[in-house]
Design a protein around this ligand. Structure first.
Ligand SMILES: CC1=C(CCC(=O)O)c2cc3nc(cc4[nH]c(cc5[nH]c(cc1n2)c(C)c5CCC(=O)O)c(CCC(=O)O)c4C)C(CCC(=O)O)=C3C
Ligand SMILES: [Fe+2]
Length: 375
């Protein structure tokens, strides 16, 4: 009888994240790491640096990853899943290459990877895969064993990701003054990306048709708005908007921006809004600055009551979803039939990014996909 629920062939899980500064001296070197060779205007970097300095030079993202690590280890232990969990970042310590070196030294050769980014896009998926390839190449150059890394599928529509956010929206609605509550607009928000990157996000079949990035966010927004309607009996109108744009002004990025949108809503007589950061796994700097600071100040200036709903963070339901994703992929790798949880209309995302998925402008090797140079 094969073990239907075990983590084999995986011998470890790697939590792969963005990384962020942990003090004022880290801010400029962190931004240099993020933007290496990416042509982000100097002005924008100074602006983003200011956001970090406002918070003592500390990004919230590392603390949130430590909390998620604790939640994962606790969930795995409770469910008898003896899979060690490691953490590595693309842009700050603990650096991905160092973590992989440590994992290999500990004897791990087949690693499941959870990225703290839920949707398809170059920035949210392929760039993580490129960094994995760079780190594997570094290990290879050092004569170390090169582990096999498998990135777990996109979880934007997994119930363990969607349900905690739905609860967050319900809590934010309940927190609005009663006289404006029923009229509140649900404003789903995510990171803007260049429209060219949005159009080519996801598998090639979806390119040109708007791409997977926007379609996935729309699907999640529809599910959450529907669940809120079921729970409250109120059919709140909703929109998907964007935030945290960078890049040169003449290059088109997804719009409208959340601050412009709050102004539009106010102009239309909408009495209140809930800002729902579905594009972010935890309270990143984009949430603390762009929503809680900038957009909240804009709303106050307009006299528009707003609330910002919670991100998933270290919610135990999310930790349980990660366990399910590991076991699901493990079973699939062992050739067993698997049930894949997904809400919404799009269905579960692919295990292996196909060739041409979320292409880079300048092609580079990317691990954990059909075009990976590694096994
Ligand atoms: C889609 C997306 C996600 C979500 C998926 C995911 O989570 O990965 C994300 C996450 C994050 N982005 C982050 C920070 C930054 N992103 C930048 C730049 C950019 N992001 C982009 C897109 C995304 N970014 C793009 C198209 C650019 C411009 C060009 C480029 O560089 O590709 C820049 C440079 C300055 C600026 O342009 O703002 C910074 C500092 C942090 C850390 C925050 C913290 O400290 O809490 C996190 C989690
Ligand atoms: Fe970013």
């Amino acid at each position: 009888m094969p073990d239907l629920r075990g983590p084999a062939p995986y011998d470890a899980l790697l939590l792969l994240s963005f990384g962020g500064p942990e003090g004022p001296d880290d801010v400029v070197p962190f931004l240099a790491n993020v933007t290496r060779g990416r042509g982000i205007p100097e002005e924008r970097l100074k602006e983003v640096g200011k956001h970090y300095f406002l918070f003592g030079g500390v990004s919230p993202i590392n603390g949130q990853n430590r909390d998620l690590l604790d939640a994962l280890r606790e969930d795995f232990a409770e469910h008898g899943l003896g899979l060690p969990v490691y953490w590595g970042n693309r842009n700050w310590a603990p650096y991905l290459t160092d973590t992989l070196r440590e994992m290999v030294a500990d004897g791990h050769r087949r690693i499941a990877v959870l990225a703290t980014s839920a949707y398809a896009s170059y920035s949210g998926c392929r760039q993580y895969r490129e960094n994995l390839a760079d780190s594997l190449a570094a290990l290879e150059a050092e004569g170390l064993p090169v582990p096999r890394v498998d990135k777990l599928r996109h979880y934007f529509n997994h119930p363990g990701f969607v349900r905690p956010m739905t609860d967050g929206v319900l809590a934010s609605l309940a927190d609005l003054p009663e006289d404006v509550r029923a009229g509140a607009r649900l404003v789903f928000t995510t990171h803007s990306v260049p429209t060219a990157a949005a159009d080519t996000s996801g598998p090639v079949e979806t390119h040109g048709d708007g791409g997977s990035y926007v379609a996935e966010h729309l699907d999640v927004a529809r599910v959450i708005a529907g669940a809120v309607r079921e729970e409250t009996g109120v059919d709140h109108p909703w929109d998907l908007v964007y935030q945290s744009r960078s890049g040169a002004p003449h290059i088109p990025w997804l719009e409208p921006d959340i601050c412009d949108h709050l102004e539009t809503l106010h102009g239309e007589g909408v009495p209140a809004a809930v800002m729902i950061p579905i594009g972010f796994v935890s309270d990143h700097m984009e949430v603390l600055y762009d929503l809680d600071t900038e957009a909240t100040a804009k709303a106050a200036e307009l006299g528009l009551p707003v609330r910002r709903s919670a991100t998933v963070g270290a919610d135990p339901r999310f930790a349980a979803a990660v366990r399910e994703l590991v076991l699901e992929r493990a079973a699939a790798e062992r050739g067993l039939p698997v049930e894949r949880c997904a809400l919404g209309a799009l269905g579960p995302s692919h295990d292996l990014c196909p060739v041409g998925c979320c292409p880079a402008r300048a092609p580079k090797p990317a691990a954990a996909g059909a075009d990976s140079p590694y096994a």
